[in-house]
Design a protein around this ligand. Sequence first.
Ligand code: ZN
Length: 265
Amino acid sequence: MDPFAIDRRRFIGFVGAAAGASCASFASAFAATRRPLPLPLIMLDPGHGGLDPGCIGVSGIYEKDVTLAMAMSLAHDLEASGRYRVRLTRSDDDFVALFERVERARKAGADLMLSIHADALPEEHMRGASVFTLSEQASDREAAALAARENKSDLVAGIDLSHHTAEVSDILFDLARRDTNNQSIRLARDLVTELGRRVRLLNHSHRSAGFAVLKAPDIPSALVEIGCLTNRQEEAQLQLPAYQRKLAAGLVQSVHDFFNNPTRA
Ligand code: ZN
């Protein structure tokens, strides 16, 4: 990645400065877009934990243990690539509330969030990995709720919305949220492509829903169901280091693809 590339967070901040500011702050905001960037920060979110086991596999394995093992292995591989900083929303068997997971990602300034889960499907023969992004409807609802809750004084994508008129902050908030949704869809496509090259996918491999952990308005996010614990064969595979390495390779390559082509629609 070009270390001087204009990153989206600073660019949105730049637009924000331009919308309400003098020539001097316009110039300094533009200069800030040309500073070398720190490595992108990836927030990995192992689903469930503590009192919440998640789904329970046919042989009794807990989803919370499968997701933590996968996230730890993925964190290692992403860091080993030398291209990213990585944090986890939990690194032990702890219960972390859903809103708290999003807050941890936003406070850390994450550039990308991947939530890791394992599926439970109604028919035992159903199996395969799949990817979720936030549905547009859920996104609209969440945006309205966040705007009401924070009274538009929250920092979104590096912009302090309280410095702008209601009209300008509405536009900026919407700009950030729509851009984030588009980036999340692009991320999901990369995930489906790269996982599909290595492991079996569910028939409907990219779906959308109102998952709470996908609701950060300024962090591209996807939720990956790495396989299905209600299918005996896949439950066994998910515990094999060789299979976990295949999944991790697909997830790492998806993150590379995402950052290698930031302007793809
Ligand atoms: Zn889950």
